[in-house]
Design a binder for this molecule. Structure first.
Ligand SMILES: Nc1ncnc2c1ncn2[C@@H]1O[C@H](COP(=O)(O)OP(=O)(O)OP(=O)(O)O)[C@@H](O)[C@H]1O
Length: 754
């Protein structure tokens, strides 16, 4: 029964489904679609008709004769339009055909569906009918069976026996039932699955609900928190607003106060502004007047400046005048100083014992010095000690530097325009060349003097221009030769300047301008090579000529225009040995005679100069003639007497020292001078002089004992400081002096000079 009910319900469902399909097919969309298609079809038909009408009209217009048609131009456009319309009509027609076809297909399908639906409905109605009949039969059967009291099995069998047809129907129903039970089982399975799904869904739903509730709670809490925060912020905001308000009030108050202050300031500034305006106006006036004022001021400033310049000029002139006066004064003082020291000074230098002196008693040292007085030396000659006093004595250990220090004042005075002569005098091998030239490692006066001149000139370069030139000459056998010339053998002459100045000059004497120590070295080397040297018994490289190095210093003071010319003559005299001792004969003898003669002439000139004689015999020798302008006037002369300390040379040493002392002592005092000058000894006398014999007053200059010398030198120095000077002393005595020929002491008995 239940199966039947289920079947019935199923059939009802199918019937409902069929009705729904029918209503779908027969109702809304398909019908609407069909109507729409029909309407569209109709519209297109109408449009096509209109197009065809238009086409016809156009064809007609085209075919009509139109010779004078003013629309000829339009014709082409119309034709084009026509063809366009034709194309469109064709397209529309094709479209229409397509639509017709589609409508036809859809109508056919619809009819087909309707047909099938009708068949299905009929079939179902039949089935319904049949089933309801069977149901009724079955119900009736069941009802009759129920009313019967027989056991069911029996009835069934009876039914089976009685109704094969019903049995068959029952079988079918049973198979159907079987099928339906399977269906029910499947449905149950589906239902179970769905229930499972439902449960899962419910679980998920419960979870989601729980989650939602949690979220809602969270939301609620966040909301509450947010409200609290909003509340707090609100309060904060209110508080801040209140604070800002109160601050603004305070500031406002301050601003008001400031404003009041500004107002009062403004009130007080107004008078200041008035003053400023006034000032501005007055400044404007001043600016207007400024160019005039400026011109005026400039005029007065110019006048002041010119006045100041004038004053400076006059001050400068005055200073220049004073400077020149000071220069003259300096020169005068210098002169005075030199004069006090003596225009002619005599130094002695004792060389050390050398290997040329040999060995044994002959080479013994015969010269000693005074420990208390550096101007005194003692010579042990023939067992007796003879003492001499000069201006300064250099012992053997004195260095070249020490010697030069004593002569450098003389050297520098030639920068101031003085003429200076430095002679090295002495017997052969006594050290003249060593003192004047020195060695490469230990240069002598010549090179040091030039070096000093260079450095002095450099020091004055700011104010002065200087030119230093050097010439080198030698006098050999009374012949003057140029040591720097191209023709050293050529004899030069000394001549008077043609300008009538009385000056002497040597035509053809080479003069080199030197600017450095290197230049000097070259000059010295060159000159030295050409100097005539010969071997003698006494000195291997004895110089047989007088060698002169003439240094001329020309200066120009740039500020004053003052010009100065000073000459420094550095003379290495020829050796003054005695002829007999040097073993000279023939030409050597002639050399010696010339040497002695010229040395004698030098002695004469020096004597004449110191005794201020009216006539000075410069012309007696080439040497004195050449040095005339450097020996006369306010020129300065230094005689460096070189002596050998060797025992074997004591005779020569004695001669040299006596000569030196006599040169020096000419001016020492009227009594001594007189006595000396009155009995000027010959060389023999000099050589024969003994310390004892010279001690007697009135006969030459006695060599006192060391003790006497000390007291004498002291008295001399006193004189130098207290008296007007040597020249004055000499001048006072000139009248009483008898001109004497100053004999060169170095000539031997056979000397021509004697
Ligand atoms: N002060 C000194 N110190 C060291 N050696 C010296 C000194 N003086 C001279 N001599 C040496 O004595 C020797 C002779 O010296 P120098 O040639 O200078 O003599 P001189 O007087 O020029 O001789 P001459 O008249 O023959 O030319 C040289 O060897 C020199 O080096």
């Amino acid at each position: 029964y239940q199966q039947v009910e289920t079947l019935k319900a199923k059939l009802l469902e199918q019937a409902q489904e069929i009705n729904r399909l029918r209503s779908e097919l027969g109702g809304t969309d398909a019908e609407k679609h069909r109507d729409l298609l029909a309407a569209e079809n109709e519209r297109l038909r109408q449009e096509m008709k209109a197009c065809e009408g238009e086409l016809r009209e156009l064809r007609r217009q085209q075919q009509a004769p139109c010779r004078d048609c003013p629309h000829l131009q339009e014709n082409a456009g119309l034709q084009e339009q026509l063809s366009q319309l034709q194309r469109e009509a064709e397209e529309t027609r094709a479209k229409l055909v397509e639509l017709d076809l589609e409508v036809q297909q859809k109508t056919n399908r619809l009819a087909e569906v309707e047909l099938r639906l009708k068949d299905s409905l009929a079939e179902r109605a039949e089935e319904e009918e049949r089933l309801s009949r069977r149901l009724r039969d079955s119900q009736e059967t069941i009802a009759s069976l129920k009313s019967q009291p027989q056991p069911i099995k029996y009835i069934i069998k009876t039914v089976e026996v009685e109704s094969a047809k019903a049995k068959q129907a029952l079988c079918e129903t049973q198979s159907r039932n079987q099928y339906l039970q399977e269906q029910v089982g499947m449905q149950k399975q589906v239902l179970k699955e769905m229930e499972q799904q439902l449960q899962n869904s419910q679980k998920t739903e419960a979870q989601l609900r729980a989650q939602i509730m949690m979220y809602e709670a969270e939301l609620e809490r966040a909301h509450g928190q947010m409200l609290e925060e909003m509340q707090a912020m609100e309060e904060e905001k209110n508080h801040a607003i209140e604070e800002a308000f109160s601050r603004a009030q305070v500031e406002m108050k301050a601003v008001h106060e400031n404003l009041a202050g500004v107002r009062t300031n403004l009130l007080t500034l107004q008078p200041a502004l008035r003053t400023l305006t006034h000032d501005y106006n007055s400044l404007k006036r001043q600016v207007r007047d400024f160019p005039l004022l400026l011109q005026e001021t400039l005029r007065s400033a110019r006048a002041e400046i010119s006045q100041a310049i004038e004053e400076v000029h006059s001050t400068n002139r005055e200073l220049l005048r004073k400077y020149r006066r000071e220069l003259q004064l300096r020169k005068k003082c210098h002169n005075e100083l030199v004069r006090l020291k003596g225009n002619i000074r005599v130094f002695g230098r004792v060389r050390p014992i050398t290997k040329e002196d040999g060995e044994g008693p002959e080479a013994a040292n015969a010269v000693t010095f005074d420990a208390d007085d550096d101007a005194v030396l003692h010579l042990l000659h023939k067992g007796k000690q003879v003492s001499f006093e000069l201006d300064k004595v250099f012992p053997p250990q004195a260095s070249q530097e020490e010697v030069f220090q004593e002569v450098q004042a003389l050297v520098t005075s030639c920068i101031d325009g003085y003429n200076v002569c430095i002679f090295a005098y002495g017997q052969t091998g006594a050290g003249k060349t060593y003192t004047m030239e020195g060695t490469a490692a230990n240069p002598g006066i010549n090179q040091r003097a030039l070096q000093l001149l260079f450095s002095e000139v450099r020091g004055k370069a700011a104010d002065w221009d200087y030119a230093i030139t050097v010439s080198a000459a030698e006098i050999y056998n009374e012949a003057l030769r140029d040591l720097l010339g191209k023709e050293p053998q050529e004899k030069l002459e000394i001549k008077l300047c043609p300008d009538g100045s009385g000056q002497l000059y040597v035509p053809g004497l080479t003069e080199f301008r030197v600017q450095s120590v290197e230049d000097i070295n070259k000059v010295f080397e060159f000159g030295h090579v050409k100097r005539v040297t010969e071997c003698t018994n006494l000195n291997e490289h004895s110089s047989r000529s007088h060698a002169l190095l003439i240094v001329t210093v020309r200066g120009l003071d740039r500020s004053t225009g003052l010009r100065t010319t000073g000459k420094l003559n550095l003379v290495d005299l020829a050796g003054s040995e005695r002829v007999g001792r040097s073993g000279a004969e023939g030409s050597r003898l002639r050399e010696a005679q010339h040497i002695n003669k010229s040395l004698s002439a030098l002695g004469d000139v020096i004597y004449a100069l110191r005794s201020r004689q009216g006539h000075v015999p410069f012309r007696n020798s080439k040497l004195t003639y050449l040095l005339q302008d450097s020996l006369s006037g306010d020129s300065k002369t230094l005689m460096m007497v070189q002596v050998s300390p060797a025992e074997k040379n004591t005779s020569e040493t004695l001669c040299s020292l006596k000569f030196a002392e006599r040169v020096r002592s000419v001016e020492l005092g009227p009594v001594s001078r007189k006595a000396e000058l009155g009995s000027w000894p010959s060389h023999e006398h000099l050589e024969g002089d003994s310390p004892g014999s010279t001690a007697s007053p009135g006969r030459g200059h006695a060599s006192p004992s060391p003790g006497q010398l000390s007291s004498r030198s002291a008295s001399i120095r006193r004189k130098l400081h207290t008296s007007g000077g040597w020249w004055d002393t000499l001048g006072a005595q000139t009248g009483s002096l008898h001109p004497q020929r100053l004999q060169p002491p170095a000539c031997g008995k056979h000397c021509a000079g004697e």
